[in-house]
Write a protein that binds this ligand. Sequence first.
Ligand code: ADP
Ligand code: MG
Length: 758
Amino acid sequence: MAKELDTSIQFLSGVGPKRAVLLQRELGIETLSDLIHLYPFRYIDRSGVVPIAQVAPDLAFVQLQATVISRALLGPGGAVVSQETNPIHWGAVKRLSVIVEDASGRMEMVFFKGIKWNYQRLVPGSTFLFFGKPQEFGGRLNIVHPEVDVPQDGAMAQGALTGVYPSTEKLKTGGITGKVMCKLQSAALALCLPEIQETLPEYVLRDRGLVSLQYAIKNIHFPKDSYALQKASYRLKFEELFFLQLSLLKQKFVRSRGERGLLMPKVGADFHACYNALPYTLTGAQQRVIKEIRADLMSGHQMNRLLQGDVGSGKTMVAVLSCLMAIGNGFQTCIMAPTEVLAQQHYANIQKYLKPTSVQCALLTGSTTQKERRAIHAALEDGSLGILVGTHALLEDNVVFRNLGLAVIDEQHRFGVEQRSKLWGKGPEAGGALPQETVATRSFVNGGTASEAQRWDERSEVSGGRGSARQGRIAPHVLVMTATPIPRTLAMTLYGDLDVSVIDEMPPGRKPVQTMCIGQNRRAAMYKFMRDEIARGRQVFVVFPLIFESEKMDLQNLEQGYEEIVKAFPLPDYKVAIVHGQQSNEEKNFNMAAFVAGRANILVSTTVIEVGVDVPNASVMVIESAQRFGLSQLHQLRGRVGRGAEKSYCILVKDVKTSKEAQQRLDLMCQTEDGFEIAEQDMKMRGPGDLEGTQQSGLPISLNIASLARDGALLSDARAYANQILDADPTLSEPRNAPLLRELRKDKYEIKDYSKIS
Ligand code: ADP
Ligand code: MG
């Protein structure tokens, strides 16, 4: 079948073994197919020539047709080395200046490289096409390093739009210039184009007004005109986003229709007891999310829901009420936090919420004693323990639930993929691997409390492969909570097969955090400000960056900073605690606890405090070397303050060496507190691949032409369309959808199964 497409790039005329290695190393291109899927990232209009008199410095690129008048070889400082005389001392030449002329005027072309070669071919009296970006220099216009062509030489100068391909220094020195790349593409297309198979069904092309794949690929490289280019690029972007969403949504369909889930039809007395005793009313967003979760628990399918909510939006309450719903149906629950301090804090809060209920709650962490552990294990086994709060310790093999119905994972980005998947195995036994037919009708008996209610719904159209992989255990419902706001387009992609709930409303009474950015010269003033706040009974966070947790230098940085703070805030008036990654857990917890309890006025730390810690009395967040942090990290840190009744402040201290981009980030922080806006901006500035929290999980597939930052509308559109198709034909088994199924079977759509890990 696809013979030419699979041909090694080495055998394309103009490549050969050496260049093949180069293309492979620099661009990952191995086959002709790889080559033709390397698209230009911009285009240059070379359709006409501009008269020299009309050239202006604000024109992006221009093409001139002009005749060489004179050439000058210039040395350092512009001294003429040689003009039309021999012999030339090439070593002394720094620059070649060529004056060219057309009917309208004269202009200078300048070369700092390739001097000898250009000198030799740019003979006075001969005419060339010069192409490049004009710039103003010393009050006159010139073009540095123009591309030089003989008029009517080759297709390049005549094609209306010329593609510019990604390149590297090594490619250029290896002879693969922009021009050569165009020639290679042209040669490859001549061989491969007829082999390219349409990936979209006929009816989709018609529905969406899309050009064919062959037309698109041809015109993305060599556009006939700008209209053709637009058509080509739209088609390729749509296709890319469409298949990505189709594969994600297909997984979601399979799960939501097929994964047997624990049925929890009741709300239960404990839920109501807790709810009625709440000291506040839930926000509209909290209520909406709880309703969404309730609907999941009642559906008979396994819930896989991501709960996104900015820091302080009240996710804990949602988690507790969800747990109580599960408990109301006779199940046990667990809440897993990434650190011991956070687990402790959850535990303390949750116990408060549980007072009006009869639910038992326990804390399990690395520092839980053997004796306490035995009690917990016993209570888990006899079913008397309703909520187990803890750290990774929850995942240990000897932690056995009688009937785990719901697992809540807080701050997911701190957990590794494998750890999360372990939770799946902690669901209740299904009584061994059963054939699908018996599973469908068999009711699940556990502890005698809610057996009737628990039935697995099973629909015949879905294969049961996933269920049996779990050795007869039924996965608990899973609620993942994250405080990292993710841009909408990214969420649609990263969590495209999960259900996503968003708490987009803050509890009333939160005071805005006043944010300012200062230089080192205002440190003394900042210390004074900190003293004033401390005098008013407030506490202060001081955070230092840590780039690599193991780097000694960063630690030194932190320790120096700590010493400086201690000097400025001496005992006995002030107490300063320090927390960092190199401390033992004991030490860390001790110092952290001192600050949480108010025994220390200042907490100096690395970003270990980034997530979740709640110290309402802290009113100031100082971030040192703030230019070294990413936006979402800055936002997370700032979210640590502004949680109490007092007015709060965030002070970003920047170093002298602060890049323009870093300054942009700091400015944005001063302008807005909206986590989603910050996330959107962050993605625009850095691209989706670099967003914090996403490197680890990664995009399901890499995008070649579409961009999550720029093509948001097209993404939503493609997703909606994919949804529509799956609604009509969930398994894509209709003949007209055969091309879709064929495309989805390709390796690149073998995306990670997020449902199993989060
Ligand atoms: P996060 O989403 O960051 O985990 P928390 O659950 O820790 O937020 O809630 C932050 C604070 O807001 C807590 O002190 C909590 O008691 C309070 N809170 C939560 N929901 C509400 C509400 N509806 N009204 C008022 N305060 C609330
Ligand atoms: Mg929280």
